[in-house]
Structure formats: C-alpha cells, structure tokens
Design a binder for this molecule. Sequence first.
Ligand code: SF4
Length: 419
Amino acid sequence: MRFKADRAFRCLKLLAPILSNPQVARLAALLNSSGSPHERVAQEFSVRLAGLLYSSPPERIVWANILVPSELIWGLGFIPFYPEIAAATIARFGLAPEALRLADELGVPRDLCSFHRAAIGFAEAGFFPKAGAFVAVNYPCWTAAVFLSWEAFRHNLPFYLIDMPSDFTEDSAHYLAYSLEEVAQGLASTRGNRYYIRGIEKALRLSNEARSLALEATEMRKFIPSPLKGSKMIGHLGLIAYLFGSPYGVAYYRAMRDYIRRIIAESRPEQEKQGARLYWMHLKPFYSTTLFHLVEDEKKAVIVFEEHSSVWWEPLVEGEPFLSLARKMLSHPSLGPTEGRIARALADVQAFKADGVIHFNHWGCRQSQGAIALLRRRLRGEGVPLLELEGDCIDENGYQEGQIRVRMEAFLESLGGGL
Ligand code: SF4
C-alpha cells in the first residue's frame, strides 16, 4: 500500500492547487464522469474538496466527526474534513487493510470500529490533510472523540468536544446550542477573530435550500417503478455529510430532483427491471464486492430508499443559528431510545412500499448492532421481513461473499417478486 498510496498522495499534493479551482474541478468531473447529473455534481465537489484540503493552509481545516454539523464549519469559513468518510474512500481503493495494519502496530484495540482504526492508520502514515483544529461530538459513539482528541493532543492543536445530551428537550437544546456557540468562538479565535454570524446564517440558508430540494427528491423516490438505483445512493452517503451549508449541496439536490422528475416523465428508471422492493438500513461494505450486482442486476430487487438518506430535521432558523443546529442534531433518529429509529424505519417501509428490509450489521458498531434485537422484534411484529447481513464496512478480511450470497438469495426468494 505504501507504494500505491505514496504515489497517489504525492500526485494529489501536486495537483491540489489546480483542483481547488472550481472550473478545473468541473472539467475534471465532466471528463471523468458518465453518471447522472447529481453524480457529476458529487464528483465535481469531491475533486474541489480534495484540492482545497490539500492546498489550503492547515489553519483553515477542521477535522470533525460525522454528526458535527457541516453548516457550522462552512459557515465559520473553515473546510471540514471527516476522517470516517476518508476511511470509506480509502476502502474503495483497496487500501484499508494496510491502514488497519498500521493501526494494529500502534496498539489500537481491534474491537474498535474499523472506520476509526483505518482513519488512525492513515493519519499515522501522514496521508490526511493537516488540520488547524479538531471538533468532536460524543455521539453516535465515543470512538471519534477519543481519536480526534488524541490527534489534537499529539499535534498540540485545539480540540473542542461537543457534549451531546441523550434526549431532546428545550433545556437540552439550549445546553447544546451554548456548546455549539462556544465551539464557534473557539474556532474563530484560532484565526484571531470573532465568528462572523452572517457567514453562519448564509450556511443555514444554503442548508435549508438543499433540504427542501432533498425532500422533493425523496418524495419522488416513492414512485413505482423506483427512479434511482439505491446502490449508487448508498455510495453517496458520506458525501452528503459535507454538502449541507455549501452551495454544492443545493446544486447536488437540484440536479437530483430535476433528474428524477425527468426520468419519471420519460419512464426511464435507472434500474429497468424491478422485482422485490428493499429498504436499506445502516451502511454497506465500501470495498469491492458483488453484493449490489447480486441484488440489483442478478436478482432484480430494487433498493427504494436508505435509512441514512432521510431528511429528519426541521428547517434551520437564521435568527437562532446555534439553537436550530442543536435541534437538528437532537432530532437525529438514532438519538435517545431505539424506538425512534425503529419508528422511522417502519414509516419509511410503508411510505416507500418496501417488501423487506436489509440491515448491514457493521462489526463493532454498538449503535447499529446493539439495536438489532429490538429492530428485529418490532419488524417481525409488524410483518416486515428483515435480513441481517454480518460484515465490516471497511475491513475486507473476513467478508463472507459465499455466505452472504446464499442468505441474500434465500431472502429475496422468500419475498417473491422475482423477474
Ligand atoms: S459505524 Fe458505529 S461504531 Fe463506527 S463510527 Fe459509526 S456509530 Fe461509531
């Protein structure tokens, strides 16, 4: 890996100042893309983001974990970097095993989530962009907070911990809002000034615009036959964490909405033959597998919606930016009793007319796996078939291709609807 990654890293560093130019990013995405319009926006954004991350001064870059609102980071004039998402990207290029080996050498316990173990390995190898500060929320798990605080400590850089209350009340929203404002003040002070409220309000405005477009796209995804291929959408989940609060979020969801509208009007769904309708929960293996080829191409089942594509929050309020960001975080379906997450899954199953649910049990994730027994019981009680797939999203060692194929085939047969 060192050789492959070293070469890619040197190339990226060299090209970064050029890639950070929006016109160049657009051109690079156009040259490299045969996808749908929103996929092209996603590619353009990824190229530009990589350019910015590797060419900007470290003081502009904030490492965070996935539930730290991107609106806050963009709004303060910083560039977010989410190591968990970078880990998924590395896994896609087959580099995760080596990153995990480096984490092993450092003594990182193997029972921790591989998203963070891989990120630790890559950070250790020096392949991540340098940061000016670190922000973590101790939710949905503590692993990220420990990793980011450790990185901050060893580089002697500021670290901010957002302490997430465990329930959503008016008091907890105010507590969290206060914490977010402290982070804003702290981050702004790392660059020697106070935070600029107009910047945060602009990010909230962009986020709301993207949210409305995303809701329109979601509504249209309920159409039968399903307009989009779900496997591609699951591939975009990491990117979505970056988009809200950036103009690219608006461009992405506008392109998606217009595209879905067009393919419905022209009766040209992305997946031509559609059998059983599936609702996908949690994540997926990010390394190369034949899983989605089996589901969509061989068995003609269609993934109609994904748990993490949902827009779960109310519009943000420009006049009270920290409080509304706090409300967004606190209304996340995974916060509080598992019943909230299950209720949303059941509502989605009904709204998208799904025949069954697939839950990918990422190894080591207490959040998703820990809730599986309750989820299983409730879905069974409601007559909704569930298939639990065991595996690891990042670590390809131990992926049981044959076993997963057998179980998936049996599940899809039990749902009927084969073509
Ligand atoms: S997958 Fe689970 S364990 Fe890993 S970072 Fe996410 S919530 Fe934490």
